[in-house]
Design a binder for this molecule. Structure first.
Ligand code: PMP
Ligand code: GLN
Length: 388
């Protein structure tokens, strides 16, 4: 009898399992739970934008487009960035359209890192960052945000900078906490990297999901920061179409040349009809300018509904997410609590310990409030009946 082939396979990511978003969404389906775990809207995206994709397909935009992105879309992105942050990147040399924000982050790290390079990452950190760094030979240097206000501990950052620091990875508005960087934070960052060769990777996928009249502090507003930054965005977050997996990266010419060397042999070019549609839609500035207020209403409504439950709200000023504490009424770990809520209350959320490399468990759960009012109402009603 022939022996079954057993590949000798040494994992490139031995510590990594399946992402929490897949695990929790699967569990939500199994228990027919309201899914406030994985971050995606359950309300429809713009009909106009959907029609524009159909039109682009009918008009014959169905073949490969330029590897760096449909040229008109790159021009419109440059105009949008100028409108938002007062800086117009060169559409030819400094913008590349990518299949989502995560891919843009991965590509930037692949382009920038040499084995042993240190990357400063703030925790809790979006779950793709650390695997993306380690698979590219980098060494994550983890700095916890303060708790429970989730601010940057600048003195600690200063101490962690060495002559091997290659890059600082930041995310504002922040997933999972909804914390946003202030202009003082940007100034601190600028002071810290000035005179060094440290690069910045700025994950700004929630740029328009910012609340309470706060202004998004894009690194693109700061000349001394943008000259050393890869800045990553996602259309999925801005136009309620996370399943489109389209985004873009902005970086100075020389850095972008390296980014494109990686990109051209990985994805080459992204979905053409959607790029054509977005090029035609991007001039509609109200669509993203009103987004903050529209989603802020959902945050406020969810917060109000949750006040009838025993969970304690931690202020969120941006993103799709708000975190809640429960340590005052249960000793369950946050993972066990998230599973319990899915099974017993049929509401799914995400335990925040998974965003810490060492699994720090502050008994905090992340809920996505980018949902229809009826969805939020059902979730809160079920959470009122919590028994632990
Ligand atoms: N960064 C953060 C912080 C995110 O929450 C997400 C979530 N989707 C992404 C990047 C990636 O976005 P995309 O779906 O466009 O890859
Ligand atoms: N960004 C989304 C979140 O944080 C999910 C993205 C994903 O499922 N990979 O929930």
């Amino acid at each position: 009898m022939q022996q079954k082939f057993s590949p000798a396979f040494t994992s490139r990511l031995p510590q990594v399992g399946t992402t929490i978003f897949t695990i929790m969404s699967q569990l939500a389906r199994e228990y027919d739970a309201v899914n406030l775990g994985q971050g995606f809207p359950d309300f429809p995206m713009s009909e106009e934008l959907t029609d524009l994709v159909n039109k682009a397909m009918r008009d014959g935009h169905n073949q490969y487009t330029h590897m760096n992105g449909f040229p008109l879309l790159r021009e419109r992105i440059a105009a949008k960035v100028n409108h938002s942050y007062g800086y117009a990147p060169d559409a030819e040399k400094e913008i590349t359209v990518t299949p989502g924000g995560t891919y843009a982050i991965y590509t930037a790290l692949t382009a920038a890192l040499q084995p042993g390079d240190e990357v400063i990452v703030f925790e809790p950190a979006y779950d793709s960052y650390i695997p993306n760094i380690t698979i590219n030979g980098g060494v994550p240097i983890l700095i916890p945000l303060s708790f429970p206000d989730y601010r940057i501990p600048w003195e600690e950052v200063k101490k962690k900078i060495t002559n091997r620091t290659r890059l600082i990875l930041l995310n504002t508005p922040h997933n999972p906490t909804g914390m946003v960087w202030t202009s003082e934070d940007m100034q601190m960052l600028e002071n810290l990297v000035s005179g060094t060769s440290i690069l910045i990777l700025s994950d700004e996928v929630y740029e328009h999901l910012i609340y309470d009249g706060l202004e998004h502090q894009s690194v693109l507003r700061y000349p001394a920061l943008r000259e050393r930054s890869f800045v990553c965005y996602s259309f999925g977050k801005t136009y309620h179409c996370t399943g489109w997996k389209l985004g873009y990266c902005i970086a100075p010419d020389l850095m972008m040349q390296e980014f494109r060397k990686v990109h051209q042999f990985n994805c080459f070019s992204c979905d053409t009809p959607k790029q054509v549609a977005l090029a035609n839609y991007l001039e509609n500035t109200t669509a993203y300018e009103e987004l903050g207020l529209q989603i802020q209403r959902k945050r406020d409504y969810f917060r109000q509904l949750m006040s009838a439950t025993p969970f304690d709200y931690i202020p969120s000023s941006g993103s799709y997410f708000a975190c809640f504490r429960y340590g005052h009424f249960s000793d369950l770990s946050d993972m066990d609590m998230a599973i319990h809520l899915t099974k017993a209350n049929r509401v799914t959320c995400v335990p925040v310990s998974v965003f810490y490399h060492q699994g720090t468990d502050n008994k905090v759960l992340r809920f996505c409030f980018a949902k229809k009012e009826s969805t939020l109402e059902l979730a809160a009603e079920r959470l009122q009946k919590i028994i632990c």
